[in-house]
Design a protein around this ligand. Structure first.
Ligand SMILES: Cc1cc2nc3c(=O)[nH]c(=O)nc-3n(C[C@H](O)[C@H](O)[C@H](O)COP(=O)(O)O)c2cc1C
Length: 460
C-alpha cells in the first residue's frame, strides 16, 4: 500500500497516542474556530496533531471533509513521517533530512482507476473550492486560505516543482495564488512570455513526507517528484490530471487536488495574511487562478498549516539545519550542532556550536552559515558544551560571554525577504568563551559523582 495521509494518522495514533486529538463537535473554520482551538492548546504548551471531524465548508454547510492541522508541530512527528526514530529528532533528524535530500527515487505512473484521488471528480461550476473547509486563520486575514503545496511544471524541461504557497478563495472557481518563490515565479514567467495559461495544482493533503520532501533545497532543474520519493522512501505514485491529461501528472495518493490555470495578464489581490513571522503580510497583487477541476477521495481529509506557529517553523528549520551543518563542517571540521530555533521562526536565527581552537573561529563559522541560507538574520556561535537545542543555554552564553564591541559583527545591506526591524542587515554573535584573555571556567559537578548518584535511589 502506498504511503498517504491516513496511513500516517494511524501511525501517530498507534505510536504517539498522546500526540493525537480528535474534535468531534461541528467547527466553522471560516470563523476562526480551528485556529482559536489550536491557539488555546499552544498557550498550554500543547502541540498535538488535531483532526477536526465535522467542519463546515466555505458555504457554511456541514461537509464530510475533516480538517487535520498541526501535523508538523512537533519534531518527533516529523521524524515519524520520515520513518526515523522519534528519540533522534534533533540534529540526527536534520542530518538524515540532508542525506535524503541528496537521493532521488523516480515516481511511477498509475491508471486513473487505481488512483484514490480520482474517487470523486468535479468539473466546471461544480469545481468550486467553497465546497472545502477553507481555514480563516487571523483577524485581519483577507479571506480563508488553502495553505498546502502548489505544483507547476517547467514548459521547456518538463520538470515539476512542488512548493508551499497559499491560495486565497476568490469566489466560484477563482483563487488568488501567493506565489513569490524563485522556482514557481520562474515557471509563471515562462508561461507569461508565451502568453499561455500556466497549469497549477494544489495538493490539500498527502503523507507528511511528501510535504517535508517538497522543501528540499534542490536546484531548479531537479524534478521534485523524484526528490519527494526519497523522503517517502518509495516512488511517488502519479496519475494523469483531469485538465491536461498525461501532459501534467498529479499525486495519485493525495486527499484532494485543485486543478487550475494561472492566467497571463490577470491578477488578484492577496493578503493581508498572518504570516510565518507572526505579523500580517501586507496586501499585494499576485497571480489569478481559474479552477478547472477538483478531484478527491470519497472520505478525503483536508490538511492545513497553522501559520506562524510551531509546525510552520519546523518546516523552515528542518530542511536547513542539516545542510548548514554539512556545509560549514565540511569547510572547517569543527561544527558540533546547528539549530534554527522557534523564537527565530525556524528561519531568522541560526545557533551553531563549535569546537573552538583559536580566537576568531566563531566568526568564520558564522560567516559561512550566513552564506548558506538567505533567511538567516542572526547567527549565534557558541562553544560545544552549550546545547543549541536548549535556548536557555544559548542565551546564557550570549549574556555572559559576549563583549559587544568585538563579538557582534554587522553585515550591512544584504538582501532578505522577511520584514523585520533588522531590514537588510545581518548579525553574527560570537558567544564562545574568549581564548585570548583570562576568563573563568564554567563550573560543573564531577562526572564521577553524577554517574555514582542514581536519582531514583535517593528520591522516591
Ligand atoms: C507552510 C509554508 C507556507 C508557505 N507559504 C508560502 C506562500 O504562501 N507563498 C510563497 O511564495 N512561499 C511560501 N512559503 C515558502 C516557500 O514554500 C519556500 O520558500 C520554498 O522553499 C521555496 O521553494 P523554491 O526553492 O522551489 O522556490 C511557505 C513555506 C511553508 C513551509
Amino acid at each position: 500500500m502506498a504511503k498517504d495521509l491516513r496511513y500516517f494518522l494511524e501511525k501517530v495514533k498507534n505510536e504517539l497516542p498522546d500526540d493525537y486529538i480528535e474534535v468531534t463537535r461541528s467547527v466553522d473554520p471560516n470563523n476562526f474556530d480551528i485556529t482559536a482551538i489550536l491557539e488555546h492548546l499552544t498557550k498550554q504548551n500543547k502541540f498535538p496533531l488535531v483532526l477536526f471531524k465535522n467542519p463546515k465548508n466555505l458555504k457554511g454547510e456541514d461537509t464530510e471533509i475533516p480538517v487535520v492541522s498541526n501535523v508538523f508541530a512537533k519534531r518527533e512527528r516529523c521524524a515519524l513521517a520520515l520513518d526515523w526514530p522519534v528519540d533522534q529528532s534533533n540534529l540526527p533528524l536534520s542530518l538524515e533530512y540532508a542525506r535524503l535530500e541528496r537521493e532521488i527515487i523516480p515516481p511511477v505512473e498509475i491508471g486513473k482507476e487505481q488512483a484514490p484521488v480520482k474517487e470523486i471528480i468535479l468539473r466546471g461550476p461544480e469545481a468550486d473550492p467553497a465546497i472545502l473547509p477553507g481555514v480563516r486563520h487571523y483577524e485581519m486575514d483577507l479571506s480563508p486560505v488553502f495553505t498546502m503545496t502548489l505544483i507547476m511544471k517547467d514548459p521547456d524541461t518538463g520538470i515539476y516543482d512542488i512548493t508551499f504557497a497559499k491560495t486565497f478563495y476568490k469566489g466560484s472557481q477563482r483563487m488568488g495564488a501567493s506565489i513569490h518563490t524563485p522556482h514557481l515565479e520562474r515557471i509563471v514567467n515562462k508561461y507569461k512570455e508565451r502568453n499561455e495559461p500556466a497549469p497549477v495544482v494544489q495538493v490539500l493533503g498527502h503523507h507528511p513526507a511528501f510535504y517535508l520532501g517538497s522543501l528540499a533545497l534542490s536546484p531548479y532543474d531537479a524534478d521534485d517528484y523524484a526528490s519527494v520519493g526519497s523522503f517517502l522512501r518509495e516512488p511517488l505514485r502519479l496519475v494523469e490530471s483531469e485538465t491536461w491529461g498525461k501532459d501534467f501528472l498529479v499525486p495519485a495518493d493525495a486527499e484532494i487536488i485543485i486543478e487550475g490555470e494561472v492566467l497571463p495578464g490577470e491578477k488578484e489581490i492577496v493578503d493581508p495574511f498572518g504570516e510565518v513571522t507572526r505579523h500580517y503580510q501586507a496586501q499585494c497583487i499576485r497571480q489569478a487562478v481559474n479552477v478547472t477541476a477538483i478531484t478527491r477521495r470519497k472520505n478525503a481529509i483536508m490538511q492545513d498549516i497553522f501559520s506562524g506557529h510551531e509546525g510552520h517553523w519546523n518546516l523552515g528549520a528542518l530542511p536547513k539545519e542539516g545542510s548548514v551543518f554539512n556545509a560549514v563542517n565540511s569547510r572547517y571540521g569543527n561544527v558540533k550542532a546547528v539549530h534554527l530555533p522557534h523564537s527565530g521562526i525556524g528561519r531568522l536565527a541560526c545557533y551553531i556550536s563549535i569546537d573552538k581552537k583559536r580566537e576568531g573561529d566563531a566568526k568564520i563559522a558564522g560567516l559561512a552559515a550566513l552564506l548558506e541560507s538567505w533567511t538567516f538574520q542572526v547567527v549565534v556561535v557558541v562553544d560545544d558544551d552549550i546545547d543549541v537545542f536548549n535556548e536557555k543555554e544559548v542565551v546564557w552564553a550570549i549574556l555572559t560571554m559576549v563583549d559587544p564591541k568585538r563579538d557582534i559583527t554587522m553585515v550591512e545591506n544584504v538582501h532578505t525577504v522577511f520584514t523585520t526591524a533588522m531590514g537588510h542587515n545581518k548579525m553574527i554573535i560570537d558567544a564562545t568563551k574568549p581564548l585570548d584573555r583570562a576568563f573563568p571556567e564554567r563550573f560543573r559537578i564531577p562526572e564521577s559523582a553524577m554517574q555514582r548518584i542514581k536519582l531514583d535511589e535517593w528520591i522516591k
